[in-house]
Design a protein around this ligand. Structure first.
Ligand code: SF4
Ligand code: SF4
Length: 346
């Protein structure tokens, strides 16, 4: 059997026919510009896509794990319920490497233990098309080994002169590319250009962690008593933005909402966040993490320590979104580097 070549060359003009073709079968959500900022949004034309750009403020997690979703509808008079498991066929177009890594982590979370049918059904109906990006002052995926991805996508577009080098990551991706566009084999200069662009991108990272990723769980484990937590806890407003923008924060709350008739209702799941005051509050009013310092320490440990036991992976992909969105400038790289220095006795 003939092996699928790793790269295809897609001329710039052919991007539009690819998007047009996808739009016949899928809703397409891609990286666009909204109010002057990079964002994810619905796309109806290739011109709206802004590929090879800075990171978006919000990640794409909401397309698979919506901020609010109905899990089931129930009727208390008839004692019946109907699960709501819905998905539209969708393409996520322009995901950067860190977001593709984050998606792979979310796939593992929602398949772990009792599998989550809502997430997994949506995931089955989702095509992932990646694209290169350029780091800003908050991106540090390079320090965590996430500046490139080998899998987790159906197609991945690298911008080169006159078009794109497309990496094919799945049979589904290969079929869509063949069906909706005309590609050709890339020349040697295209591959050289790609390597040069990768080199430039690596040099563009300004935010860096001062220890390798495999050392971070132990560094965090030794940092429970660090003064860092009190210091950042004193300025944190407890707004929860860092949880909301994070592509790997997946905590949620489930509530039953009953209609005015007191007969019918819906079970609704919505995002929750460990930096919010009520997150660890239980019946009787006891709060397991009363202070902002404790809540921030918990959040950082979830990213660099606690989940490694279950998933054998850090849960921070280095997208920098939490630092970018924090109004009081709590920066995950600065905090981690401070802990690294404390551990080294510097
Ligand atoms: S975004 Fe900043 S201020 Fe808001 S909860 Fe997170 S760390 Fe605290
Ligand atoms: S913790 Fe911050 S930098 Fe890490 S993945 Fe979440 S938002 Fe991105």
């Amino acid at each position: 059997m003939e092996k699928t070549p790793k790269f295809k060359y897609l001329p710039e003009k052919a991007l539009s026919s690819l998007v047009k073709g996808l739009l016949k079968e899928y809703k397409v959500y891609g990286t666009i510009e909204k109010d002057g900022f990079p964002a994810f949004g619905e796309v109806s034309d290739a011109d709206e896509l802004k590929l090879t750009q800075s990171p978006s403020h919000l990640s794409a997690k909401g397309f698979l794990f919506p901020q609010r979703e109905v899990l089931l509808k129930f009727n208390m008079q008839t004692s019946t319920h109907v699960p709501v498991i819905e998905a539209e066929r969708q393409v996520l177009f322009g995901l950067h490497p860190c977001d593709i890594r984050a998606l792979a982590l979310m796939d593992r979370v929602f398949a772990h233990g009792v599998a989550d049918p809502n997430y997994l059904f949506r995931r089955e109906h989702t095509i992932v098309i990646g694209a290169d990006c350029m780091p800003d002052e908050y991106c540090f995926c390079d320090s965590l080994g996430n500046n490139d991805v080998e899998d987790g996508f159906d197609l991945f577009l690298h911008k080169i002169s006159g078009g794109y080098l497309v990496r094919v990551g799945s049979d589904r991706g290969a079929e869509l590319l063949e069906k909706h566009s005309r590609t050709r084999e890339p020349g040697r200069t295209a591959l050289i250009e790609l390597e040069e662009a990768k080199g430039r991108r690596r040099l563009a990272f300004r935010a860096k962690l001062d220890a390798p990723p495999e050392e971070l769980p132990a560094i965090y484990a030794r940092s429970d008593e660090s003064r860092v937590w009190e210091r950042i806890g004193a300025i944190c407003t407890g707004c929860g933005s860092c949880n909301n923008v994070c592509p790997t924060c997946y905590c949620f709350d489930v509530k039953d909402e009953v209609g005015a008739s007191l007969a019918e209702g819906e079970r609704v799941r919505s995002w929750d966040g460990c930096t919010l005051e009520d997150f660890a509050k239980v019946a009787g009013g006891h709060n397991f993490r009363k202070t902002r310092a404790e809540r921030l320490r918990h959040r950082f440990n979830r990213k660099f320590r606690y989940l490694t036991d279950t998933f054998d992976s850090l849960f921070c992909v280095g997208c920098g979104r939490c630092s970018r969105s924090c109004l009081v400038k709590i920066n995950i790289v600065d905090v981690t580097n401070e802990l690294i220095r404390e551990n080294a006795g510097i």
